[in-house]
Design a binder for this molecule. Sequence first.
Ligand code: HEM
Length: 225
Amino acid sequence: MRRSNQFQTSLSSKVAVALSGLGLAGFVSFHMLGNLQVFEGPAALNGYAAFLREMPIVLWSARLGLLTVAVAHIALGIRLALQNRRARPVAYAVREYRVASMASRTMALTGSLLLLFIVFHILHLTVGLGDPSVHDQLDERGHRDVYGKVIQAFHNPFYVALYCAGQLVLGMHLSHAVSGSLQTLGVEHAALIRLFRAAGPAVALFVVMGNLAIIFAVFLGLVRP
Ligand code: HEM
């Protein structure tokens, strides 16, 4: 492939990774905000989960969309990481090359761990492999007892530790990813670059703090069955 074509392909992959990544960051933010309804009690959280399931076409379109975006993000992300690895350092740019390569390695590692966490999380809370007896229960309004599943999960120190580890990985990935994506899509301007750098850690802190609040509120008995 000619050098200019290679550059174009790599740039369009970078833009696609950035856009899909921002979409996924949007999903985790909305997911966290929806889950905060655990603080309002079983009726609110179970009603919200039932509302999402009452529209199967919307639900399955959203799931399919999310899966497509996630697969595209992972596949193009791996391709970019491999391209970065293959890139030869130019003598005067060795330091920049090392910094970029460290960041892309960290992203590949945290991204892979995050994928493992998401697979585990779906098997645990959506499929209900952890404790099938809780999975099929209904609340007094006849809604699936999602609230009960969350309470049961975070009473268990094993799940608390696993979810906290997941939050650490999520925070590291989001913090770098959101800033990097905004920089990829953004205009070169000193003020914006500062804003973009701050946006990643801010989004990461917002999502992780919200999720940790849910985990520890249940574990410490502040939110009860
Ligand atoms: C404390 C943190 C979290 C809680 C309490 C939580 C809670 C839940 C619950 C209860 C479900 C099942 C909903 C249902 O069966 O109707 C679910 C599904 C899901 N969660 Fe989470 N979640 C958390 C963090 C995360 C994170 C960090 C991610 C992604 C990085 C994530 C991604 C998903 C996905 C993809 C699903 C499947 C959605 C579907 O049914 O199609 N969750 N979560």
